[in-house]
Design a binder for this molecule. Sequence first.
Ligand SMILES: Cc1ncc(C[n+]2csc(CCOP(=O)(O)OP(=O)(O)O)c2C)c(N)n1
Length: 410
Amino acid sequence: MTDLEKHQRMANAIRFLAIDAVEKAKSGHPGLPMGAADIATVLFTEFLKFDPTSPNWADRDRFVLSAGHGSMLLYSLLYLLGYEDFSLEEIKNFRQIGARTAGHPEFGHGAGIETTTGPLGQGLGNAVGMAIAEKLQESRFGKDIVDHFTYVLAGDGCLMEGISQEALSLAGHLKLNKLIVIWDDNGISIDGAVSITDSTDQVARFSASGWNTISVDGHDPAAIAGAIRQAQSSDSPTLIAAKTTIGFGSPKKAGTNGVHGAPLGTDEVAATREALNWPHEPFEVPSDILDAWRIAGLRSAQAHKDWEKRFAEKDGETRAEFERRNRGDLPAGFAAAVQDYKKQLAAEKPTMATRKASEAVLGVLNEVIPETIGGSADLTGSNNTKTKQTLPVTPDDFSGRYIHWGIREH
Ligand SMILES: Cc1ncc(C[n+]2csc(CCOP(=O)(O)OP(=O)(O)O)c2C)c(N)n1
């Protein structure tokens, strides 16, 4: 088996898990997983840094499936790579009550889902936040323990949503070079061809906002790998526009809106098995291909071990603070600081405008909670959201705590 054949069979494992799960549930979206399987295979087997045995490892790369309707892509990957929460049983229970494999990925349903997606565009917005968080954390704790990428798979719908403009222009402005967005450029949405609704030159739009842009054939693994490699060394965020065919492999439905959000149907499933040379039972992944995926799941085990070693070398206070912030626990002094301030206010009974009162409270909170980040939609001097503790974050310096995100309140 050549490397290309192996790649294709690994990608087909994703395709058929998605096809079979949607078929069994009689509901779901096979088109995106079938079209984006090549991209996902390259990303997860050659680039993404993660450890299925430790899904919440702080320095893992983040993967956000912004096009959340394509959830079976994510669930298939998590199962194939060996994430405990995503057994074959969960795949078979796709879209059933109580299953981790909800119609759209839900944060908290299973380790490996980084954020809830489904409302188009929002995943892209969240990912910009994650990429900002990475830079903030890196500047506080050092590159030796915070150094990861945020990858997004976004569809035409994500890019049509208004939030995409706010998110991408902020990302470009802040030079979030560790944010890599792969656009599943298949030219199809639910109503039919994207050309019915949109004629934006997306690459030009990203480029105009300071992004590095690369266009590739989203079914050519070498080209995809080359693009990701180039993106990783960019000094600005990268859009990889990957031309794909929705429902890749389906003889009658590929390239049409018919495969976006409906089961293929018995005959077309059989025809697709034939066309892609996948003579296996539903939900069956041949052992050599499952092994190849499980081996890919071990790829970053050493990187994780090395990270643990570097982390252990940090002083106790730094380790405790890093862990506290990642858990989201409030600092020890929080309750007392708030109590003291309440007592002070009760005694002094000051009179002030509510905006001034807000500023005063923020001053107390920002003093005792070092991880708060502030900002305002270009109304800093008006609604008093900046306090003495919060210095500006700039594209070249993320040590601050105040983000001038501009008039992008979404
Ligand atoms: C905010 C929002 N509006 C509408 C929808 C409904 N919706 C789900 S998928 C989809 C079409 C998206 O098209 P595209 O991103 O091209 O996905 P593909 O057809 O390639 O799978 C729509 C309109 C949604 N999920 N979220």
